[in-house]
Each structure stands twice: as C-alpha cells, then as structure tokens.
Design a protein around this ligand. Sequence first.
Ligand SMILES: Nc1nc2c(c(=O)[nH]1)N[C@H]1C(S)=C(S)[C@@H](COP(=O)(O)O)O[C@H]1N2
Ligand SMILES: [Mo]
Length: 410
Amino acid sequence: MTKKSAPSRRKFLKTALAGAGAAAAVPLSVKADDYIEPSMTKPGKGFTPYGMPSGHEDVKRLLRPPGNFPGTGGSLSPLESLEGIITPSGLHYERHHNGIPDIDPKTHRFMIHGLVKTPLEFSMDDLMRYPRISRIHFVECGGNSGANAGPQPPQLSAGGIHGLVSCSEWTGVELGMLLDEAGVQPEGNWILAESADAASLSRSVPLKEAREQGILALYQNGERLRPEQGYPMRLLMPGWEGNLQVKWLHRIKVTDGPTMAKDETSKYSQSLKDGKANQFNFIQPVKSVITRPSGTMTMNGPGYYEISGLAWSGHGKITRVEVSLDGGATWTDAEMPGPVLSKALTRFRLPWQWDGKPVVLQSRSTDEAGHVQPTRAKWKEPYSNAQFYQYNGIQSWQIGADNTVKNIYA
Ligand SMILES: Nc1nc2c(c(=O)[nH]1)N[C@H]1C(S)=C(S)[C@@H](COP(=O)(O)O)O[C@H]1N2
Ligand SMILES: [Mo]
C-alpha cells in the first residue's frame, strides 16, 4: 500500500481549477452595484421567543419504526445534512427503551446510596449550586452502524446507517465530587446507575472510571438538557457505549461488583465465534464515515468536490484520517482543520476532482491510543454472524458513472 501526503488545499484548488475559474460559480451576470434582492424591498418578519431553522430547510431526524412496546425505538441524526462537529440539540439521535418521561425538576430527586458513609439526596436546586464543567463529547449507541454487519449492504443515507451518534457540549457536575461527598466505603468498587423512566434503565460502571470521568450532565449546547436527552439530568461517561449514558438519572448505588442488571445481561454483549461472549464492552471503538458524498445522494456530474466526513473514538483524540479513492488500494491523508477534541466528533475534509468514472470512496481513522479502523472483513473475524454491537468497519461508498452513490461491502 502506498501513502500520499495531502497536498496543500490552496495549491490543490489552484491546479484543479486552472482554466475553470472557480469551484462551481459562474461569471457575474448582473451589475452588482445596482442589483436589488427581493428581500431588500420590504421589512422582514418580527422576533420569536425561541428560534427555528429557516423554512427553506427540511433537515429532520430519521424516525425508526417503533418496537413492540410503546415508546421503544430510536431516531437517527441526519449526518449527511450537518456540518462541523456539534449536533443541533433538536437533531441529536434518540434511543428510548420506554418513551420520554415528563419529569418535573422541582420534585425530581437524585440519590447516592449503597456502600457510602453518608447516603445523600440532591434536589435540582441543590445540584445547581455545585461547580460545573463543560465538555464536548459524542454519544454513540452500541448498535450504531450495525446494519453494515448484516449480509446485504443497506441502501440508506450516511445518517440512516451511522446516525446513532451525535456530539454536544455537555455541562454538569463532576460525579467524583458527589461520590466523594457521600464518601465511598473501601468495599465500593462499582456503581449502579438507574433511571426514572418506565424502563428504569440500569447499568453498572466501575467506580474508578465513574469517579474520574463521569459527569452528571444538566445542560446540552448551552441550554438545559432536552427531554429526549434525559431532562433534567443524565449520566455521561465520555466515549463509552450509549447505553451507559443513563438518562433521567435518579439514583446511583455504590456496590462491590457489577449488578448484572437486565440492560447489561440481555443485550450489548458481543457473541464470539467459539460460542463465548464479551461482556462490559465499555469503550466505543475508533470509527469514521464520509458524509459527503454518501449513500442515496446524487452526484452533480464530474468536477470539483470536497469530500467530508466525521471521525471519532472513545479512546481519545483522532490523530489521522485517511481517504481512499480506489477502494482501499492507496490512501491519502485528509485534513482535520479542527477543532480536534478527545472523545468528540472530528471533521475531516479532502479536496477532490471527480473525473466522472466509477470510484469507491473510503475513510479510515486512527486514534491517539493507536487503534486503526478495521475493514469490514477484519472486524467480523472474531464474532458470530449475528453480532453487530460496536461495529466500526470501514464504510465504502461506490459512485457510479450514472451519479449514484451506493453502499457496498468492499
Ligand atoms: N433512562 C434511559 N437512559 C438511556 C436509555 C433509555 O432508554 N432510558 N437509552 C440508552 C441508549 S441504548 C442510548 S444509545 C443512549 C441514547 O442517548 P440519546 O437518546 O440522548 O441519544 O441513552 C441511553 N440511556
Ligand atoms: Mo443504545
């Protein structure tokens, strides 16, 4: 395999566009000094108490059909329609095991008990008096991208396949501070986090990591958590599997070992070829996906494009994203113009001149712990055929001479 280094963006554009004049623009056809836009002829609309996107935009979450029980299911972020690294709160993916509870923060109570010196309860008002931290982190469902583990490549959009991941600025109280206030007893090694929705989602987290990394999140992108994201409070374990990010949190019990709750025994284990299974797979592996161009899109003919996508890892920062334009034979480093943050979505970009011929686009990410995103075949090696959790195989988009973009297994 050969490696090419990324050409400077300006230099590339200059060469690629020599003679053409601009990436996609046409020569000016009106007298700019005199040209009046229709919107300049009358006053605009008034103000609203809470802003909404332009009426010309129609970007929505993709709703998954509901499961067998009311409120069970999810919705995916339309990754292909988004830019930068922050997911607008209204487009954050959702995964609910029993609907979205309506919790009154005035009566909600958060408790810390179990193997502690002083069991404590906190009202919302109490929690609002603690010092806060803000961190930008992704949340990703363990089942995200799992459709690509199936026998046939699903013909869906980037968001339709990989949209169970979103990235927000979360603000809240460090869990370690609250645990220390309760005073963990020497036998305390794990915590059980339990929610106040009808699913009473329960997950066990090792105490060390809960104390060092856990955040009791109260705010999302500057405003209080959305109901869908766990209002009034959720547990955030940055970089860990979505199921551990317990929404509508109402108690933490310090325990001596894992509780083996229903949510960690009936699901989220990875079945292996030899009949055994890996349990407690906490950290989301290194992954990337090209979001533009991507599945179900139609190309606009040959010419200049910016290939762009997202990379992320539960192990820390993304250190490298490579893009292949020939189905994995050769790789070119993409640019990461920033911000590049630990356990956050990272935007990558690569200028590209498409000659209109069929081509297979792929991206491959590397994180600061040295993990490299595997091919689909490599990812599948240890697992049973049905296992789809924490799928992070390389995504291949096949672009046809007919301008279609299809999902293929390469
Ligand atoms: N209380 C509660 N917490 C929950 C869930 C739930 O159904 N109930 N779903 C979990 C799962 S499986 C995922 S992937 C994430 C989804 O978080 P989001 O809906 O904010 O995207 O929340 C987790 N926390
Ligand atoms: Mo999930």
